[in-house]
Design a binder for this molecule. Sequence first.
Ligand code: XMP
Ligand code: MG
Length: 172
Amino acid sequence: MRPSKDPLLSTQTIEARVGELAGAISRDYEGRELTLVVVLKGAVFFAADLIKRLTVPVRLVFVRARSYQDTESTGRVELTGGPGDEVAGRHVLVVEDILDTGRTCTVLLERLRAAQPATLALCTLLDKPSRRVTPVEADYVGFAIDNLFVVGYGLDFNEEYRDLKAVHLLEE
Ligand code: XMP
Ligand code: MG
C-alpha cells in the first residue's frame, strides 16, 4: 500500500478551506475564548494551521484516541489523556482529522459533555458520511469524501505518511 502520486486534496486546496473554516469559527465565537480539544495524533497539522488563522483567543487540550489497525476500524475506542477541569465551563471545540464510523467522536463527546463545558462543538477536516455507525455530525467540516482511505497532512497508515504535505489516497 502506498500514497497516490497525485493528491486527493492539494496543499493549496487544504489551505484555502482551513482559512474558510477559521473565518467561520472566529465569527461564531467572537468575543469568547475557545478551548480546542485536539485529537492526537492525526489532527495536529490541521489544528496548528487552524489556530494560526483564528482571531479568537485559544486554549489547547490534547487527547489521544486510538481505534484503527491498518485500514480497519476495530470498533473499540481507547482514549487517553485530557479533559476534566480544563473544559468545565469553557467553550469547547473538538478538532478531529477525520470522522469515519463516528465511534471515536461519540465516545469523546460523551466524555466531554460529562465535564460540563459551557458549549461543545465538533470540527473535522474530513468527513466520510457514508461510513457512519453512530449518529454524530460535525458543526464544521473541511471536506466530505467518499469511503476511501486517505493519508497525509497528519493522517497515517500504521504511523506512515503523516508527514505528506497534502492528502493522498492509499493505493495498492
Ligand atoms: P471513527 O471510525 O471512530 O474513526 O470515526 C476516526 C478515526 O479513524 C481514523 N481514520 C483514518 N485514518 N485515514 C487515516 O489515516 C483514513 O482514511 C481514516 N479513516 C478513519 C482516524 O484516526 C480518525 O481519528
Ligand atoms: Mg489514525
